[in-house]
Design a protein around this ligand. Sequence first.
Ligand code: ATP
Ligand code: MG
Ligand code: FE
Length: 340
Amino acid sequence: SLILAIETSCDETSASVIRGGKHILSNVVSSQIDVHVRFGGVVPEIASRKHVETITLIMEQAVREAGCSLRDLSAIAVTQGPGLVGALLVGIVAAKSLAMALDIPLIGTHHIAGHIYANELVHEMNYPCMALVVSGGHTELVLLESEGEFRVVGRTRDDAVGEAYDKVARALQLPYPGGPHIDKLAAGAENAIELPRAWLEPDSYDFSFSGLKSAVLAVINQTRMKGLELDEAALARGFQESVIDVLVTKALRAVRQYGAKQLLLCGGVAANRGLRTALTSRCEAEGIELLIPPGGLCTDNAAMIGAAAHLKLKRSQFSNLDMKADPGLPLEGWSLSAHN
Ligand code: ATP
Ligand code: MG
Ligand code: FE
């Protein structure tokens, strides 16, 4: 089966053709970062307009690179949510038009299910498994008891990890998106400024990063007020160490408590070298199998949407053509057993 998948939830316009839910025939990603960078973040109206400009070209390119024709497609998958509503709409309208014109099924797909199932494109997922989702808008521990069954066992109560990275980077006057810059600064640091860790209640798998962000801002302000020079690298390293300590500790505890066979690291922040290294060594030490998609499949792309949509194609769980963009689409409700 061939799925044409479309992703436009934020600032990447992407289309991909996937065979059998596993094989990437094409995965075209057009990033808008250069347009948003001067605003220090994603501007929703500009994002929608850029998606409109590029979506048709990107879809054509994906089909061309896959070496197939539109007639070969079995279904059209598209991100239904979460994301920016105006951005989602562009992908959804394109997907509906194609599904209607080709008379093939439409599969509205959950963006975070996509980040999780990016792993299936390169690895073999085994259940039950635990996914640590770390992205620009999400920080969650998701238990998958079986294929396509999502249960959120922990989530952030305020900022997402990627958001915290971007805000800290902004305070240090680094360009958007700041995650990779903080990562690089931290890697080259000789010292670390000790910062607090938000563990929350002892049995909680929830996260909180806004206190840490405030602590970073306090260090920056105090140093400036005293007229001292700020050791930015040490601050970046202290911030990163705090984030990683909490993420790794909670993820491993969740793996043990729920008897997960694998830990999956997913989302844009999975590109973080410090996090990858720390998780790899802790999982090795504790005999836990760790799956991490390659960098290009961690950040937003349509191939991961195709991989998740394949779960629904296999069971003929399709969306209606009146499907709406849902900026707050719940992950658990997208589970295969919840389909109605
Ligand atoms: P969501 O998936 O929650 O809707 P999103 O799609 O905008 O949000 P992603 O594209 O998955 O998020 O990830 C983008 C985020 O990843 C940004 O916040 C960016 O700073 C962060 N990021 C990317 N690379 C790194 C890195 N090396 N270290 C830390 N953060 C990183
Ligand atoms: Mg993005
Ligand atoms: Fe994402």
